[in-house]
Design a binder for this molecule. Sequence first.
Ligand SMILES: [Zn+2]
Length: 99
Amino acid sequence: MARVKICRKPDCHNTTPYEQDNSYCEIHKAMYRPKPEFKPKSSYERKRQQREYNANKRDKEANEFYHNKTWKHLSQQDSSNKLCSHASVVDVQVQPKVI
Ligand SMILES: [Zn+2]
């Protein structure tokens, strides 16, 4: 018995030959859209998209926050601490910094 696939259209139980690229049956074959071929972007194209994202879409307020001195100092402290947030709270007296 030859291998078959079931039509991709929901509630359609017609079968198609296994080797056929179009995974819809004869009735629904017009619904088939071939997958676009994957093309990796060139580094130039990636950089251009990143520049565009930074200029138009990036949250400026959040970006400024992550680049200010206070955040850099605090995030560096955390990574050098090597303790999870719970342990650091239990073992060390954490004083909230007044900004
Ligand atoms: Zn079908």
